[in-house]
Design a protein around this ligand. Structure first.
Ligand SMILES: CC(C)(COP(=O)(O)OP(=O)(O)OC[C@H]1O[C@@H](n2cnc3c(N)ncnc32)[C@H](O)[C@@H]1OP(=O)(O)O)[C@@H](O)C(=O)NCCC(=O)NCCS
Length: 167
C-alpha cells in the first residue's frame, strides 16, 4: 500500500469509493432524502473533479499494487484552518492501515505547506470513525449542526499540531 497525490485519472474511482462508503456508513445514520445526492455517482464525480482542481485542495489516494486505489483523503487548505472534508477507505480494506497512512501523509502535506492545525467533522453516530481520530490524537472541540442537511449534526475534531500524526 502506498499513498500518493491523486491525478485526474483517479477522479472516477474516488467518486465510486465515496458513493459506496456513504451508502454503507451513513445509511443507518441519515434519512434517504439527505443521503440521495451523495449516492449519485455522476454528481459526485463532478463534485470531486471540481474540488480536486482547486489550488487549495490536497487530495491523496491509498493504492494497493493489485487492487488499485482503495481509499482517499481530501483536505481543504483554505479557510481559517485546514479542514479534512473526506477520508474514505473501501469496506473490504478497512483495518489494514490505509486510513492511518492517509492521515499521516495528509499531515506531512500540511506541514510542508506551513500549516499546523487541522479540523474535521464526524457525523454523530459514526462512533468507529470518532474512535479512529481520537486514537490518532484528535480533540473533540464541539458538536454542531452541519451546513449541508437539516437535522444532522457532526462532532468537530481538531489537531492543534498535526506533527503528532507523523510520528
Ligand atoms: C475511518 C476509516 C477511514 C479508517 O480507515 P482504515 O483504513 O480502516 O483505518 P486503519 O486500518 O488505519 O485503522 C483501523 C482502525 O480504524 C477504526 N475503524 C473505524 N471504522 C472502521 C471500520 N469500519 N472497519 C475497520 N476499522 C475501523 C478501528 O478502530 C481500527 O482500529 P484497530 O486497528 O484498533 O481495530 C475507514 O474505516 C472508513 O473509511 N470508514 C468508513 C467511512 C468513514 O467513516 N470515514 C470517516 C468519515 S469522518
Amino acid at each position: 500500500m502506498r499513498v500518493r497525490a491523486a491525478t485526474p485519472r483517479d477522479v472516477e474511482r474516488i467518486a465510486a469509493i465515496k458513493v459506496r462508503n456513504w451508502a454503507d456508513t451513513y445509511s443507518p445514520l441519515l434519512d434517504a432524502e439527505t443521503l440521495r445526492p451523495f449516492l449519485d455517482e455522476s454528481a459526485q464525480r463532478q463534485s470531486v473533479m471540481e474540488k480536486a482542481a482547486l489550488p487549495g485542495t490536497l487530495l491523496l489516494v491509498a493504492e494497493d499494487e493489485h487492487r488499485g486505489v482503495v481509499g482517499f483523503a481530501m483536505t481543504y487548505l483554505t479557510g481559517p484552518e485546514p479542514w479534512m472534508e473526506s477520508l474514505q477507505v473501501l469496506h473490504e480494506y478497512r483495518g489494514h492501515g490505509a486510513g492511518t497512512q492517509l492521515m499521516r501523509a495528509t499531515a506531512a502535506g500540511l506541514l510542508s505547506r506551513g500549516h499546523q492545525a487541522m479540523q474535521l467533522g464526524v457525523i454523530v453516530g459514526n462512533t468507529a470513525a470518532a474512535r479512529f481520530y481520537e486514537r490518532l490524537g484528535a480533540e473533540l472541540v464541539k458538536v454542531e449542526p452541519v451546513t449541508w442537511a437539516a437535522g444532522v449534526s457532526h462532532m468537530v475534531y481538531r489537531w492543534p499540531d498535526v506533527v503528532v500524526l507523523t510520528g
